[in-house]
Design a protein around this ligand. Structure first.
Ligand code: UDP
Length: 322
């Protein structure tokens, strides 16, 4: 069966991959994006593209009648969120509440929301279950948590069928869709820039963390596996309920292990230098995705770090070669 879906932020990294998967599955997809961080040419073929501010266009768009919304549009830089919180409270929270109001007004039944592991902050249990305390250490995580609360209450009061997916470290690429940030801050794309010769070396943010090799440990998940969870979430959303699932592979890799894997995949020596810790970084973030597996039937198929890095590397080289 095919449905009509609105994908907000569908010109961005995760949004474009998810839009591509939805088109591949035969759905009718409308992408809305203000192109503040996304790219018009990242909107997959087969989608209708509306360029605009979601807060302004949500009402008129949803008035057309949609079966659901996948909401990716957001500001997502941790450092920037600390320096310019207004950009995050307005861009993330106010815009999302406007979207919820428009969905309510036009009777849009389903929502899948792009949440984050940053809602948990410094975890007291590892791997992190959905029942862990939510104590975000940065404004970005706080705004995503605030939206989760808004969704919970709209679902309970107005019958919305909602699912939030809390991503751990998303990486890799899906065909021609991958990570293209103007200001790159993420580890794997930065390391691959070194392999491509665009950067001299990679900095390791701290070697004195309480981990086996002293560098931070993260749970990396392939963007295609992540996108597939959104399709399952759409199917499993239930009226009046707000379900929340963590998405990761349940395995942690240290910064040094990631760099070593990138060396093996690219065949480049990739010089690395130790730098001070980065503010706001937790030492270890590993997901328990038990609930997504049991409740959604989600099964990541590209879980190995080699596969994730190899796909990111293919994408990076193809873009570089034009
Ligand atoms: N990191 C690093 N050097 C970099 C970028 C990131 O050592 O140039 C570390 C960072 O401190 C964190 C891990 O790599 O422990 C993953 O960072 P990233 O920004 O990719 O994702 P985050 O975990 O912050 O969402």
């Amino acid at each position: 069966y095919a449905v009509k879906l609105l994908v907000t932020g569908g010109a961005g990294y995760v949004g474009s991959v998810c839009a591509a998967r939805l088109v591949e599955a035969g759905h009718e997809v409308v992408v809305v994006d203000d192109l503040s961080t996304g790219h018009a040419d990242a909107v997959p073929d087969g989608c209708r593209f509306v360029e605009g501010d979601l807060a302004d266009v949500a009402g008129s768009l949803l008035g057309e009648g949609f079966d659901g919304v996948l909401h990716f549009a957001a500001k997502s830089l941790v450092g920037e969120s600390m320096q310019d919180p207004a950009k995050y409270w307005h861009g993330n929270v106010i815009t999302s509440v406007r979207l919820l109001d428009a969905m309510r007004e036009h009777g849009t039944p389903r929502l899948v929301f792009s949440s984050t592991a940053a809602t948990y902050g410094e975890p007291d249990v590892v791997p992190i279950p959905e029942t862990a305390a939510t104590q975000p250490t940065n404004t970005y995580g706080a705004t995503k948590l605030a939206i989760d609360y808004a969704i919970t209450s709209y679902a309970a009061a107005h019958g919305l069928a909602a699912v939030s997916l809390r991503y751990f470290n998303v990486a890799g690429a899906h065909g021609r869709f991958g990570e293209r940030h103007a200001t790159e801050t993420h580890l794997i794309p930065l390391v691959l820039q070194v392999a491509l010769g665009q950067r001299e070396q990679v900095q390791i943010y701290g070697e004195d963390w309480p981990t086996e090799d002293g560098t931070c440990v993260r749970d990396y998940i392939h963007v295609t596996d992540l996108a597939d969870a959104h399709l399952l979430a759409l199917d499993h959303a239930k009226p009046g309920e707000h379900q929340i699932y963590n998405l990761g592979n349940g395995t942690g890799f240290s910064v040094r292990q990631v760099i070593d894997t990138c060396r093996a995949v690219t065949g480049h020596p990739i010089p690395a230098a130790v730098a001070p810790r980065r503010a706001g970084d937790p030492a270890v973030l590993i997901a328990s995705s038990e609930q997504a597996r049991v409740q959604l039937g989600w099964k990541p198929e590209r879980a190995s770090l080699e596969t994730i890095v190899a796909d990111a590397w293919r994408f990076t080289r193809e873009r570089h070669q034009g």
